[in-house]
Design a binder for this molecule. Structure first.
Ligand SMILES: OC[C@H]1O[C@H](O[C@H]2O[C@H](CO)[C@@H](O)[C@H](O)[C@H]2O)[C@H](O)[C@@H](O)[C@@H]1O
Length: 586
């Protein structure tokens, strides 16, 4: 076929070497091999492997493969630990958290940042062809565990947390790295590894820039990078656009689509084996594209991307058809990015361009309303363009148009009671361990019972955006529940996890193709986000003891106008707090 391989580095993406090492399961986690550095240049490595193939009649044993890998690859990391210069163990925001236990929890989370700080070793810049790491100039915060590189959409929640911790320079460096990757590859890859080259992740770059600008008012930085932000928007419009029918009308929106040949290199064994279970009429290349497109969504993997013969979400990975699903979150993020671009141009004084992007943003919001809004259920759903119907399943991403303010203000007011009603009856709020990412128990990691912190953030900020008293109370309640769940887990395991278990409060999630990871960038960002918004009124416990503690702790900083403080029914301390609210962008 004419498709490019997963990347332009054969050792890591497209070679007999990759195929043999990964299918022989030399390492239990497929990512381990593609993260190794070569001791020699690429040709020397590939030629040496060819000699081994010739000597073994193309069938090297696992031991021979293991010996080869040990001889030609090096397990040392491309990265060195890095303590960000702007890290402080006593950041100001701690003073705004009234509850003593939560204040300590926030401090513990803040203290995790330096443990996740990394920068690329100078040797990788000197020998960039010996590694799968795409070097970047600034230090950065990694998600944690096996994820020792930059991840595109993780960076959004990490940056939110960094800004709260007063680490504006580190947040800026994270954005600079993403822009460096964008300018090198023409788009931002899934992560800073070559094997992620041919796919991206949810396009949150401009939202990151907006968060950074709101905090710092750094117009010079905006001016320097506005053309890169536009470049990214054009990349998505050039490559991911899809035209489809709904109710005999033609619409255009974005979908995830990541065409390249072969299995995902970092999960080669898993994809290759799943492909052996495809029906004889199913095309392996198409299957690999849909797997990579799902990875591009960040939801790898989920029944969200399954379309069975009956047009529902049943089945397994062999039913994956990501490219035929128009996602709520992707289009909401994109509408927000269009609006941000308009705002940025207005700030920079270019009103002609501001008008152009603002017009596109309005169009995108109108299409979201026409295509994704489900009139009877009162919520936004993904749309199946194969079967021309909504995918009426509960996902936190159903709230993404609100989170990203991709809904016109008058529509928000109109929809608010129905959205709240939908949520209450969705069963998505019925679990003690948080809001599950779906209600389908599929054993995939982006399905029940897993709770993913960024999705919790999407729901809660989506509910906040509804703006009614009832919505504000629900948002506070959900945020407090979530912080308490993470606090419980932290006390028990001394860890923040990448995902949690909706059925067991504070416990980690599972399923999918790798063990649960600790660290964890976005989980830390989301807890800090809620403590920053509600720190004055949120409590770690309902007990008398903690409300007593709460009363005696003085607040150092004055109450800020830009915080939305919600009195909660179950929180007596909040009854004396003034209620203020403001329209905040997401
Ligand atoms: O190695 C398997 C997959 O791992 C990543 O996905 C998961 O971790 C990412 C980092 O936290 C996160 O962004 C993603 O949402 C998770 O599902 C990677 O992004 C995938 O592309 C990769 O195949």
């Amino acid at each position: 076929d004419d498709l490019p391989p997963s990347c332009s580095k054969p050792v890591y993406c497209d070679s007999e070497l990759l195929h043999h090492v990964q299918t022989a399961r030399v390492y239990l986690d497929s990512k381990t091999f593609v993260d190794l550095q070569m001791r020699n240049d690429e040709n020397t490595t590939l030629n040496a492997f060819q000699i081994l193939l010739n000597a073994t009649n193309n069938a090297p044993t696992v031991d021979q493969l293991r010996d080869f890998v040990l001889e030609y690859f090096d397990e040392s990391s491309e990265l060195e630990n890095w303590t960000p210069e702007d890290y402080s163990d006593t950041p100001d925001f701690l003073n705004n958290i009234r509850d003593v236990d939560l204040r300590q929890f926030a401090k513990n989370i803040n203290d995790i940042w330096p443990t996740l700080g990394r920068r690329v070793k100078p040797i990788v810049f000197e020998n960039p062809d010996r590694s799968s790491f795409i070097p970047v100039s600034q230090g950065f915060i990694v998600p944690g565990g096996r994820f020792t590189e930059i991840y595109y959409w993780d960076a959004y929640w990490i940056i939110e947390g960094l800004l709260i911790s007063g680490m504006d320079g580190t947040a800026k460096g994270m954005i600079e790295n993403l822009i460096e990757l964008l300018n090198k590859l023409g788009h931002i890859p899934n992560g800073s590894r070559w094997y992620y080259q041919e796919r991206s992740q949810p396009p949150l770059l401009s939202a990151m820039m907006m968060r950074y600008y709101e905090k710092t008012k750094d117009k010079a930085f905006l001016k320097e990078h506005i053309s890169s932000l536009v470049k990214e928007m054009n990349y998505w419009m050039d490559t991911q656009i899809v035209t489809f029918n709904k109710d005999d009308r033609v619409f255009t929106l974005l979908r995830y689509y990541a065409p390249s040949s072969g299995p995902r290199p970092e999960s080669y064994f898993e994809d290759y084996n799943t492909a052996q279970n495809l029906d004889p009429h199913q095309d392996h290349t198409e299957f690999y594209i849909d797997m990579k497109s799902a990875a591009e969504s960040g939801w790898d993997f989920s029944t969200r991307w399954f379309i069975s013969k009956d047009g529902d979400n049943s089945g397994n990975l062999t039913n994956i058809h990501t490219r035929y699903i128009v996602p709520t979150d992707l289009n909401a993020i994109f509408a927000n990015a269009l609006e941000n671009t308009a705002t940025f141009y207005a700030l920079l004084g270019d009103l002609r361009k501001a008008t152009h992007w603002g017009y596109l943003a309005k169009q995108w919001r109108a299409t979201i309303e026409e295509v994704l809004w489900h009139q009877e259920d009162g919520i936004w759903y993904d749309y199946d363009i194969l079967n021309e119907k909504h995918r009426n399943y509960f996902f936190p991403s159903n709230l993404a148009p609100l989170w990203m303010l991709a809904v016109e203000k008058d529509k928000i007011i109109k929809h608010a009671p129905r959205v709240l009603n939908y949520l209450k009856h969705s069963q998505g709020l019925d679990y003690p361990g948080g809001i599950p990412v779906s209600l389908s128990r599929s054993n995939e990691q982006w399905d029940f019972p897993n709770v993913w912190p960024p999705e919790v953030s999407i729901v809660i900020n989506g509910v906040r955006a509804l703006g009614t008293k009832e919505a504000k109370e629900l948002a506070f309640h959900l945020a407090q529940e979530w912080v308490r769940i993470c606090h419980k887990g932290f006390k028990e395991y001394k860890q923040m996890f990448e995902k949690y278990d909706a059925e067991i409060p504070g416990s980690f999630g599972g399923g999918g193709e790798y063990n649960v990871q600790e660290g964890f960038g976005w989980s830390n960002g989301v807890v800090l986000e809620f403590l920053n918004i509600y720190g004055e009124v949120m409590t770690a416990y309902d007990s008398y003891e903690s409300s007593e503690k709460l009363k005696v702790l003085p607040l150092k900083a004055e109450k800020k106008d830009d915080k939305q403080v919600i009195p909660a029914d179950d929180n007596e301390s909040s009854s004396s707090t003034d209620c203020s609210s403001s329209e905040e962008s997401p």
